[in-house]
Design a protein around this ligand. Sequence first.
Ligand code: ADP
Ligand code: MG
Length: 690
Amino acid sequence: MQAFRLPVTKLAGIGVHTAQRLEKLGIHSILDLIFHLPHRYEDRTKIVPIGSLVIGEAALVCGQLEHLEVLTRGKKSLICRISDRTGGLSLRFFHYTASQYQALQGRSWVLAFAEVRQGYAELEMVHPDFSVFLRPELAMPETGLTPVYPLTEGLSQTTMRKAVKRALVWCQQHPDALIDWLPDSLMKPYGFPTLVKAVFTLHAHDAQQPSEHTLHPALKRLALEELLAHHLSLQAAKAATKVWQAPVLAGIDQHLAQFTAGLAFQLTQAQQRVIEDIRQDCRQASPMLRLVQGDVGSGKTIVAAYAALIAISSGYQVALMAPTELLAEQHHRNFSLWFAAFNVQVQLLTGQLKGKARQALLQQLHAGHTQLLIGTHALFQDTVQFHNLGLIVIDEQQRFGVQQRLALREKVHHEGMRPHQLIMTATPIPRTLAMLAYSDLDSSIIDELPPGRQPVVTSVISAERRQEVIDRIHHWVAKQRQAYWVCTLIEESDVLECQAAEQTAQLLTEMLTGIRIGLVHGRMKATEKEAIMLAFKTHELDLLVATTVIEVGVDVPNAGLMVIENPERLGLSQLHQLRGRVGRGEGDSYCVLMYQAPLSAIARERLGILRATQDGFVIAEKDLQLRGPGDVMGTRQTGLMQFKIANLERDTELIATLPELGSCLLAQHPEALTPLCERWLGHASRYAEV
Ligand code: ADP
Ligand code: MG
């Protein structure tokens, strides 16, 4: 194992206990500790006279102990009064250990650091960091800024500081651990410090202090290296595919023409253009790697179907992967219909298919009888063996990570041949992100919606007006139209979200007598879900209460009203996706964002954007801008790539320089590729080893 991948327990003073806590922060190795940067700094370099303390600001004070008292009135607390020549201050502790109490009792000078607040009688500090001294001249301020690290339950700032300090000392003893792979000549235009200097500066290990932390060159230096590693690994993956062979898929023109002629509509110009790109790619003897971006409702499915027919009529199998079972089931229905005329064998494989039925399906597939296999990620388990897979289509790729996508490409091959890949994504990706996350793909954009689409009228209203919304559903259903009611909860709790949907469905059933209500959520059996969706599609149900499982793919044009509860909890792009379920038919359509008051200013602004525009690209850009670093709402959407240090929004200008920097580095130091990817991507770097 490389030295820096050593577990943190190799450092003196870090035991199993601390290691377990660190693990919760994603810190496993010594290197992880080194890249665990402070999110802010405290200035304990100057002792502030008590008389000039400012309420609300943190400060270091040094005072003589005057009085120590345990208060038992109200909440039990320990009060320690100190003073210097300029004034007095109380230190208040609600919990304290016996040794802390003793320490304060014995000595007479206290050095304390905390935020200052107004107490009953005078200024006070609550739970300050403190140390005690016998003589004032022994109480020294720090020589550098004090780093404050992101923590997790059970891990104290002191433990974290010590751990990082040990890791840094270890680094000094093992110069090989942080080899600088970016030579001075390439770093000069940026004016960034070296790697080691950057790391030490950010941990406030030397006198040079980061002032504006997030703009500091040292931080940018690390972000650049991390971004570069991601960029290079994708480039390497792309280069690797160049030497791969793929079957030439010419398709049967007559079938394709018959397919288009049989559709109920004309393909848009944009759809035709993208189809032409795909046809060109499939005729090559190297695998297609094409990303199709198209806003929600732009008609990507039909493009995927066309591509599938090219491969199938060329005698090859096709796999179509969707992120949810619901969507896989819908695709299964649609493709079976569309391809019935061509006698194509279409099968559905999800995680819920078990036992004999599954065995039979897998046999059919392996024997080559199945021509189109549709499913969730269950498609790419080891037990699934294709006969001659010619094309993989990934729908709603934004739901899968970059690594999953690459792994898939690596995995499937047949007699030295790799399948072509078509990747569909609905969430339009901000340009900078696309440059990085999809730099290994060719891309086509469906930049046109089918004709006749009416804009979705979006309103933002408080949940206090719930009754009005319910009345509205009554009127809507009376007009023979259908509606969605979407229940959202915090992402982590799937169970709670499903429970909320169940309760809502029940409540609405009581309030909306005479209206046929269905419920669908992620924890239902596949067959149940399928039955409900079918009933909704065929208008045997008027209102569908659902969790965010319907976010992707679901297509019922007559459903033109959507109520989204607690929209403030979701990312903008996700809301845009959800809203994309309505506005699919010819009639008018509405989306009601029903928030829980009070709404924060930023949430109001975000929802306002959704009301103002229906352009997915605009929404994606704004979403990225408005989302602060570490905002949990957004992680799933930009969850395309996970970064330790880089921040796509902040580091836009760095991303723009990656292609040139990357090729210069590879030309001058090809040996840097593997260690850089190893350092920043860990296991994922195997894609770069080509
Ligand atoms: P998405 O891009 O979100 O996957 P879909 O493929 O689900 O969009 O298409 C949305 C709806 O538009 C479907 O009902 C589909 O039948 C319809 N559609 C697709 N292409 C056209 C077109 N060229 N003209 C009219 N309707 C179309
Ligand atoms: Mg779709």
